[in-house]
Structure formats: C-alpha cells, structure tokens
Design a protein around this ligand. Structure first.
Ligand SMILES: [Zn+2]
Ligand SMILES: [Zn+2]
Ligand SMILES: [Zn+2]
Length: 358
C-alpha cells in the first residue's frame, strides 16, 4: 500500500451498535484539542476538605483504610449527591413522562491522603488498598438494599473530565437502574455467548494475545492488512492485561481485564489486586509518558446484581475502562454517535507499549 493511512468505520465487537470512524489521513482536520491541565502537585492544602487534618470539613467517614486515625484512603458521603435517600414523592408516571425515583447512594473515595498525587505515582501497595476499598464498598452497597441494581465506581481527573475538587478522588454511585452502557455490554455479550458458547471478552483477549494474520486483496493479491501478535496489548501482567480496543471511542482509551474469566469485580482476590495494581500503575505511567497530563475518566464495569442478569456470569467479563479526554467531541460525533479517531488504535497501542517507563 502506498499510503498507510486508514479510513474505515470499525464496529465495536462487544456492542455492535457502537462504531468508530478511524480516519488517519494526513490533512485530516484535527479536532479541537482538550487542554492539558496544570498539575497541582502540592502534598497538603490547608483549605482542601479532602486533605488530612480537615476531616471535619467533609460529611462523616463511611470507611477508612487502613484505619480512621491513620487513613490513606477514606470514603465519605458526597456533599452534593446526584442520587439520595428516599423521598416522599412518588415517581412520575404520566403518559410518555416516566421517571424512577432518584433513590441511591453517592459517595466520594478520597484516593490518597496526599493532595496532588497522580495514580501512576501511587505505590502498588497503595493502589491495592484503593481497589480493595472499591471492592469492599461495592459489596456493602449491593448488600445494603435490594433496590440498588448497579454500583458504579469511577474517577474523573481534570475539569473537562468532570472533577470539581482537585484533590485526587473517585466516586461511587449506587443506583436503582442499570445504566444503558452496561446494559448494552451485558446484553450483547449474552447474545454472543448463546451463539458461540464463549465469552466475547475472553475471545478478544485470546485474539489480542495469539492472533497473527495477513489479509490479502483478492483481486490484486496485494497485502491489505497485517495483524500481528500483541498488536493491541499495551501492558501484560500475570493475571491482567491492558488492551487498546480495536474500535474505541477515545483515541487513547485502554481497557484492563482479568485474563481469567470473571464477571464480577467484587470477586477479585488480594492476589488479583496485587497484579491489577501493577498493571494499572504501569498503564497510567505509559499514558502519562505518551500524552502527558491528559484529563481522563476511568470506570469499572462489573456484572449488575440485578435479577434479570443473574444468568450472565459466564458471558460477561469485568473490566476497567480508562478514557483520556484528549479532544472535544464534535457535533458530528454527538449527533451521529460515530466517534472519530485520528490516530489508528494500532499506532496508539504501539506508542503506549514502546514508551520507556522504567
Ligand atoms: Zn487536598
Ligand atoms: Zn470472559
Ligand atoms: Zn465496559
């Protein structure tokens, strides 16, 4: 091929209704770039409600790790919850106006006692404690009330990614409905499982780790594409792998998945967390070295505890999605749902894999 630019619409293998337009041709007008945030690297800020010593400026502690007096990770109620306790008002149910009562829990996880520390700078032991805190709180919330159908853990870093307080933190929202994105993944992977008797995420991992192929043009015999082993692998641990999806909405999006099939994040063992922490830290370091200072979101997708998904243990596979926000979606993207990627996922994966982080 004279020109190795890509222009193609790629179908998301997990959720086929989602696709991405990969258009890497030179002269492609780049989208407006999202600003890189000036990092606040201060260890302690007197006025910050999440800093050590200011515990009285936040609602009461729900849980603290390793303990309340000497906490390194602390969970508190969100001061401005988007979902809250039961209200007396009945939910609306009038014609096309249907609503569910906004019952739920919204909590903040202060990721670290140090104000401006980045995830890639946290020790593996600390990350283990943080992911252990996610596991514990998710389990408790699911067990606290059967009306809670989904518990979402996520992190926003940078104002464009939605973070309103600069002190490093994540959030946990327990809600009375399963969110659309999760429904799509859970239901599509269930359909795939019924057809192939195999988890689609496991297939993706197998493909990423073992596939090697050359696709030829039938007419001319020219090589159209080469797929090589590990092309999408960004980082690999003993139990986890970080993959750059073949059709991802965000240009630098990376997914971290357990190599062994498991649908439910709350089932991770301490040994799993040890390897997960290492893979997360190294992946975040790779992203930092490659796209420096990007704002991002990450979130955990785990099988919902809702009754209607009780048969999805074999078909769904939990994962952590990391979505750096390097550019602002355009009207075309929001209007069509077709996201544009100006760097090919193969190139992005290669850059991330090859950057020196040791
Ligand atoms: Zn702080
Ligand atoms: Zn699987
Ligand atoms: Zn997902």
């Amino acid at each position: 091929m004279a020109d190795d630019s890509v222009r193609e619409i790629r179908i998301n293998p997990i959720v086929p209704s989602e696709s991405v337009l990969v258009a890497t041709a030179r002269g492609m007008r780049p989208r407006k770039q999202e600003a890189v945030v000036a990092r606040d690297t201060r260890e302690h800020v007197e006025t910050c409600p999440f800093c050590k010593g200011n515990e009285d400026k936040t609602p009461a502690t729900i849980a603290a790790f390793p303990n309340e007096n000497n906490w390194q990770v602390r969970i508190v109620e969100n001061l401005f919850p988007i979902l809250g306790d039961d209200s007396e008002e009945a939910a609306i149910n009038f014609g096309l106006q249907q609503a569910i009562n906004g019952y739920g829990r919204h909590e903040v996880i202060i990721d670290h006692h140090q104000h401006g520390i980045s995830v890639y700078e946290m020790s593996e032991e600390h990350l283990q404690m943080l992911f252990g805190a996610y596991r514990q709180r998710m389990t408790e919330l699911y067990e606290s009330d059967s009306r809670l159908k989904y518990v979402l853990v996520f992190k926003n870093f940078g104002p464009a990614a939605g973070a309103s307080i600069p002190h490093t933190h994540s959030q946990i929202i327990a809600m009375p409905v399963v969110p659309e994105n999760v429904i799509n993944e859970v239901e599509h992977s269930r359909v795939y499982f019924r057809k192939h008797n195999h988890c689609v995420f496991c297939s993706l991992i197998d493909e990423a780790l073992t596939y090697e192929a050359t696709i030829y043009d039938r007419e001319s015999g020219e090589v159209r594409r080469k797929i090589s082993v590990g092309q999408y692998v960004v980082e690999r641990g003993e139990r986890f792998v970080a993959i750059k999806p073949f059709a991802s909405r965000y240009e630098w999006e990376v997914h971290i998945m357990p190599l062994k099939h498991e649908s439910d994040f709350t089932k991770v063992t301490d040994e799993d967390l040890q390897d997960l922490s290492r893979v997360v830290k190294r992946t975040m370091k790779r992203l930092e070295k490659t796209i420096g200072g990007a704002q991002y979101n990450f979130f955990l997708h785990s099988v919902p505890r809702a009754e209607e998904y009780s048969d999805c243990k074999d078909s769904y596979h939990w994962h952590l999605e990391i979505c750096p926000r390097t550019s602002i979606p355009t009207g075309f993207e929001l209007g069509s749902g077709l996201f544009v990627s100006t760097i090919s996922p193969e190139d992005a994966a290669q850059q991330l894999r090859e950057v020196d982080i040791d």
